[in-house]
Design a protein around this ligand. Structure first.
Ligand code: FES
Ligand SMILES: [Fe+2]
Length: 419
């Protein structure tokens, strides 16, 4: 991917000291924002939704990131396709509503129409030498893992199989593939996407910002792994180890997977995954630890575990025994990020009878509303002339690695464009 950078942006990149927050321009600049979006779309597989959102042929939704709009649509044969939402005539947006169902995709400008597999079907009054069989919507790469839809927009995408390989073992048998969307909510956040992601990569703020979340989770676990594998303090990890081993032995005897991994900053994907207990006696991540939906897993019994998968810095899922929460952090503008949470439940669970959305959503809805406030306050401070990048704590190891990863990716893109 080629990116261009202004002298000011280049200087900002050089001004960074490892172990510290990023320089101000990296949270503000238009040019850096545009190259960030391109980098995410070309280098990553972005988790956009669960397949159950578009169950029937013709069902579609839009994925909007930066200036890009992508149509994700189920074809007549049942596969999920994705196309840039850009007409091949004069470039108009084709689908305007954020979701819906269509037999064909018709451009609202001059009515060129496309099949659900992207081929141009009709274009009236075109010259005789116009060959419509040669025209299709610009495709976007799709990968589906456990019912989760991932997108990549590169001409030569990274291998999807290699990308998902470390997650197979961790999520097996937990019902994600056959689940359905039970609730969703958008938290538009007036902050740069990296501030949103950094906040998600640490639990240093949990004590001050998240009373509900802290009442649900084991205190020592939050210190050790509050924001996933590799996020916490080494001493806390050691202290928590014995408790974790005992819980893992019981989970394994029930058939559940165990384990954890975290990519280092040199890995292009920056993934991590783990299975951890929520807290003593809790069966799921709910206010009182009791289930909020029917058991989703194939193991017949609750083990009170939570599988965390961070697919890349902007895509994650937390899988409990009875429900899961998908997290999307989608950059929209230099200081605007669409934080979206999607709660999934067992495919046959009935709303009201088997689950109540407000109960299902409570812990993360509360937490994400708190996160929106603190992240927006963070951006306001970063915008001040008095902002100086501060030092990370031992509870912010994963952000420090994220900063290393991000700056490494930027460096590589700048080198490629210079070459
Ligand atoms: S721009 Fe789409 S039909 Fe003209
Ligand atoms: Fe938080």
């Amino acid at each position: 991917m080629a990116i261009t950078a202004s002298t000011h942006d280049l200087q900002a990149t050089r001004d960074w000291t490892p172990g510290h927050c990023l320089p101000q321009a990296l949270y503000q600049s238009d040019g850096i924002f545009r190259s960030d979006v391109q980098m995410l779309l070309d280098d990553q597989w972005l988790l956009v939704d669960h397949e159950s959102r578009i169950p029937n042929p013709g069902d579609y939704f839009l994925f909007e990131i930066g200036e890009e709009s992508i149509i994700v649509v189920r074809s007549r044969s049942g596969v999920v396709n994705a196309f840039h939402n850009v007409c091949r005539h004069r470039g108009s947006r084709i689908c305007l509503a954020p979701e819906g169902s269509k037999r064909i995709l018709t451009c609202p400008y001059h009515a060129w129409s496309y099949d659900l597999d992207g081929r141009l079907r009709a274009a009236h009054l075109m010259p005789e030498d116009f060959d419509r069989t040669k025209i299709s919507l610009e495709p976007v790469n799709i990968g589906v893992f456990e019912g989760l839809i991932f997108l990549n927009a590169a001409a030569a995408p990274p291998s999807f199989e290699e990308f998902v390989a470390p997650f197979h073992k961790l999520v097996r048998g937990q019902g994600v593939a056959t689940a359905k969307v039970g609730a969703r909510k958008l938290y538009p956040t007036q902050a740069n996407w990296k501030l949103v992601v950094e906040n998600f990569f640490e639990c240093y703020h949990c004590n001050t910002a998240h009373p509900t979340y802290c009442s649900v989770h084991d205190r020592m676990k939050m210190l050790a792994f509050g924001a996933g594998a590799g996020s916490g303090d080494d001493v806390a990890v050691q202290e928590y180890e014995e408790k974790l081993k005992i819980w893992e032995a019981r989970s394994a005897s029930l058939g559940y997977p165990t384990g954890m991994f975290a990519d280092g900053p040199e890995n292009p994907f920056f993934r991590s995954g783990n299975r951890l207990p929520i807290s003593d006696g809790a069966r799921t991540e709910s206010v009182d630890g009791n289930p909020v939906a029917p058991l989703m897993t194939a193991y017949g019994e609750f083990d009170g575990g939570q599988t965390g998968c961070v697919f890349n810095p902007v895509s994650a899922i937390l899988v409990n025994n009875d429900h899961a929460v998908i997290f999307r952090f989608t950059p929209r503008a230099p200081q605007s990020t669409d934080v979206e949470a999607i709660w999934i439940v067992r495919g046959d669970a009935r709303e009201s009878a088997d689950f109540r959305p407000e109960e299902l959503m409570r812990v993360w809805d509360t937490t994400l509303r708190e996160d929106k406030t603190i992240t927006e306050n963070n951006q306001k401070g970063v915008n001040s002339s008095a902002y100086r990048p501060g030092r990370y704590s031992t509870q912010e190891r994963r952000i420090s690695e994220f900063a290393d990863w991000y700056m490494g990716r930027r460096e590589q893109c700048l080198e490629q464009s210079a070459a």
